[in-house]
Design a protein around this ligand. Structure first.
Ligand code: NAI
Ligand code: MG
Length: 501
C-alpha cells in the first residue's frame, strides 16, 4: 500500500524566510485597511507558515483606483509594445534569478512537488512572460477597403483594468497564464490569488517592481473569495475578469459582471476529463498514462483525466495493472525527490475528496485500491481507484479534484465516445490507440477544448487551452490569450476625393 513517508529528510531543504505578506497596491506593500490578517498553512503539517494581509472591498477599491490611474494616465498602455516587452523580459529574468526561492515557496504553500515547481512551474512562468513579451510589439490592426471612397482601419487596444482571480492548484503558472498576456496587451491589473496559496503572487509583485513595471500596473490583493474576489468581480471600474477556478464561482462571477458594468469575462473552470483507451493500445503504456493523467499534482488539476474509459477486451488486464501501478506511486513529503504525490491543499479539499470516496463506495462502485487518508498529520490521501463505475454515479459526474480514478468499461467506439461526452464538463480528453482513424474520429467527436492522442498533460504557450460546455469559455495561451485583453476599435475616414471631403 502506498503510504506517506514519515522521515524528516525534508529538514535538509532550506526553507526561505517569508518576506512578502502584505497587499501590493500602487507599488507599495501595505496592510489591509481593516488591519486583519489570515493564516496560510503548510499542508504537510497543518502548521502556520505566515500571516497574510486579509484584503476586502476597501482594499480592492484602493487597488482598482491605482490600476485605473495607471491605465488612464500612466505610461504602461501608451508605451511602445517593444518597450513593454523589454520590461516583461526583465521581469522574466528576475524570476529565473529567484527560481529556487519561488519554487520552494510554492512547494511549501501548496504542497506541490519541489522537483516539479523547480523544473517546470517556475521556469514556465518566466517563459510565459517571454512568449507574451515577444508578442507585445506585434499587436496590429487591419486596414479596410471600404466602399464610397472611405478608408477604414482597426486598432487593437488594451481592454483597461483587468481583475485576475486565480486558484491554488498551480499558483504561479495559472497566475502568469493570465498576467503575462494582460500586461503584454497594455492592461493594468488587480490580482486576487487564492487564499490557500498567496505567497508567490506577492513575491512576483516585488519582482515586477524591480523589473521597472510602473506603480499601479500590477496590484495584488490577498484575501478571501466572497469578500476580496467578489469585490473585484462587481467593481464598476474593472473592465475585464479572467477567472480560473470552480464552475460554481465562475457562475457567480458572470452574475456579478452582469449586475455591475457588463465587464467581459473569461472563465477557465473545472472538468471531468475522459481518457478513452482502445483494445489495440499497449496496455502498459495506457496504464502509465492513466496514472499520470489522474494522479499528477495529486489530482488537483483542472484537466485531470479522472475517468478512464477502457474497451472491454483489455479491461481486466488494465484494471489489474492499474492497481499495481497505483501502489507504486509514492505519497509523501513533496520536498523529497522520489515522492510522486504530496498532500492535498487544505482540510476542506482533503475532507471533500474523502467524502467522495465514501460516497463512491455507497453508490456501489468497487474500490480497488487506496481510499484512505495516510500519515499522522497533513492532508495526504492514498491514490484511489474505483472500478465498475456507472455514468450516473456522483463520482463519475462531479469534479473530485483529488487522487481518485474512476474506471469504466465500453464496447464499441461509438459507445466510448458517447460515454466520454456524457458530462456537463468539456475541458480535455485523451485517446489511447494505435489506429489513426480511431484517434481522428474520437478527436473530432469529443466535445472538449483539448484532445490529447497517446499523451496527457501536454501543452505549450502557443497551444490554446480552455473549455467547452460548463468548463468555461475563452482560451488561454497562444494569441487567443492576448485577445482576451484586447478590444477592437474601427476608425473610418473619407479619402481625399470622397464626396464628404
Ligand atoms: P474557488 O473557485 O472557490 O476558488 C478559486 C478562486 O476564486 C480563489 O482565488 C477564490 O478566492 C476565488 N473566489 C471564491 N469565491 C469567489 C467569489 N464569490 N467571487 C470572486 N472570487 C471568488 O475554488 P475552491 O473553493 O478553492 O475549490 C473548490 C473546487 O473548485 C475544487 O474542488 C475544484 O473542483 C474546483 N477548482 C477548479 C480549479 C481549476 O483549475 N479549474 C482550480 C481550483 C478549484
Ligand atoms: Mg471556494
Amino acid at each position: 500500500m502506498a503510504s506517506r513517508e514519515s522521515d524528516d529528510r525534508s529538514a535538509k531543504v532550506k526553507l526561505p524566510a517569508i518576506k512578502f505578506t502584505k497587499l501590493f497596491i500602487d507599488g507599495q506593500f501595505v496592510d489591509a485597511v481593516s488591519g486583519r490578517v489570515f493564516d496560510t498553512i503548510d499542508p504537510r503539517t497543518e502548521e502556520v507558515i505566515a500571516q497574510i494581509a486579509e484584503g476586502d472591498k476597501a482594499d480592492v477599491d484602493l487597488a482598482v483606483k491605482a490600476a485605473r490611474a495607471a491605465f488612464d494616465h500612466g505610461p504602461w498602455p501608451q508605451m511602445s509594445g517593444s518597450e513593454r516587452g523589454r520590461l516583461l523580459m526583465k521581469f522574466a529574468d528576475l524570476i529565473d534569478q529567484n527560481a529556487d526561492e519561488l519554487a520552494t515557496l510554492e512547494a511549501l504553500d501548496a504542497g506541490r512537488l519541489l522537483t516539479l515547481t523547480k523544473c517546470i512551474d517556475i521556469p514556465c512562468t518566466a517563459d510565459c512572460l517571454r512568449y507574451y513579451a515577444g508578442a507585445a510589439d506585434k499587436i496590429h490592426g487591419e486596414t479596410l477597403k471600404m466602399p464610397q471612397a472611405m478608408l477604414g482601419h482597426t486598432w487593437r487596444e488594451p481592454v483597461g483594468v483587468a481583475g485576475l482571480i486565480v486558484p491554488w492548484n498551480f499558483p504561479s503558472f495559472l497566475l502568469f497564464a493570465c498576467l503575462a498576456p494582460a500586461l503584454a496587451a497594455g492592461c493594468t491589473v488587480v490580482v486576487k490569488p487564492a487564499e490557500q496559496a498567496s505567497l508567490n503572487a506577492l513575491y512576483n509583485a516585488h519582482l515586477a517592481k524591480l523589473a521597472g513595471i510602473p506603480d499601479g500596473v500590477l496590484n495584488v490583493i490577498t484575501g478571501f473569495g466572497p469578500t476580496a474576489g467578489a469585490a473585484i468581480a462587481s467593481h464598476m471600474d474593472v473592465d475585464k475578469i479572467s477567472f480560473t477556478g470552480s464552475t460554481e464561482v465562475g457562475r457567480s462571477i458572470m452574475e456579478a459582471a452582469a449586475r455591475s458594468n457588463l465587464k467581459s469575462v473569461t472563465l477557465e473552470l473545472g472538468g471531468k476529463s475522459p481518457l478513452i483507451i482502445f483494445d489495440d493500445a499497449d496496455v502498459d503504456m495506457a496504464v502509465d498514462l492513466a496514472r499520470t493523467a489522474i494522479f499528477f499534482n495529486k489530482g488537483e488539476a483542472c484537466m485531470a483525466g479522472s475517468r478512464a474509459l477502457v474497451q472491454e477486451a483489455i479491461y481486466d488486464e488494465f484494471v489489474r495493472k492499474s492497481i499495481v501501478k497505483a501502489k507504486e506511486w509514492v505519497v509523501g513529503d513533496p520536498f523529497e525527490p522520489h515522492v510522486n504525490q504530496g498532500p492535498q491543499i487544505d482540510r476542506k479539499q482533503f475532507e471533500k475528496v474523502l467524502a467522495y470516496i465514501e460516497h463512491g463506495k455507497r453508490e456501489g462502485a468497487t474500490l480497488l485500491t487506496g481510499g484512505r487518508a495516510c500519515g499522522e498529520k497533513g492532508f495526504y490521501i492514498e491514490p484511489t481507484i474505483f472500478a465498475d463505475v456507472e455514468d450516473d454515479m456522483m463520482i463519475a459526474k462531479d469534479e473530485i479534484f483529488g487522487p481518485v480514478l474512476c474506471i469504466m468499461k465500453f464496447k464499441s467506439m461509438e459507445e466510448g465516445i458517447a460515454k466520454a461526452n456524457k458530462s456537463s464538463y468539456g475541458l480535455a480528453a485523451g485517446v489511447v490507440t494505435k489506429d489513426l482513424n480511431v484517434a481522428n474520429t474520437v478527436a473530432r467527436s469529443i466535445k472538449a477544448g483539448m484532445v490529447l492522442i497517446n499523451c496527457y498533460h501536454m501543452g505549450a504557450f502557443d497551444c490554446p487551452f480552455g473549455g467547452y460546455k460548463m468548463s468555461g469559455f475563452g482560451r488561454t495561451f497562444g494569441l487567443h490569450g492576448l485577445d482576451n485583453f484586447l478590444q477592437v476599435k474601427s476608425v473610418v475616414t473619407p479619402l481625399f476625393n470622397s464626396p464628404w471631403h
